[in-house]
Structure formats: structure tokens, C-alpha cells
Ligand binder design. Sequence first.
Ligand SMILES: [Zn+2]
Length: 65
Amino acid sequence: MANELDDIRAQANCPACGFVLNLTYKTLRLRRTVECQGCGETIRPIDETPIGKVQALIDDVNKAA
Ligand SMILES: [Zn+2]
């Protein structure tokens, strides 16, 4: 079943170089790793994104719905 929140976009900074990473909620939800476009480091964005920030994004979508 598709998760309607998966298209929510969040931004997080690479812990290694500070490059701004554009992430989807799906990446966070599945705890996927991504490769930083700035330095090539493989990071796990869920560890770098405050859960409150993610929740705020979800709340915004729920309000709009
Ligand atoms: Zn980086």
C-alpha cells in the first residue's frame, strides 16, 4: 500500500561537509542511506534529521488535506 506521505520533502545537512540534501519522507521512513552529492559520504538521514522537523512536515500535509 502506498504511503501518501512519501512525497513529502525534507532537507538535512550532510554531517561531513554540510551539503544540503533533499530527502523524501520515504527515505527517512525506510531509514535508507543516501550518498551525499557534496562529498560522496554515505549517510543515514534519519540520524541527521530532528524527528520534530519530520513531524512538522507531516502536520503541514495533514492541515492542507
Ligand atoms: Zn557531504
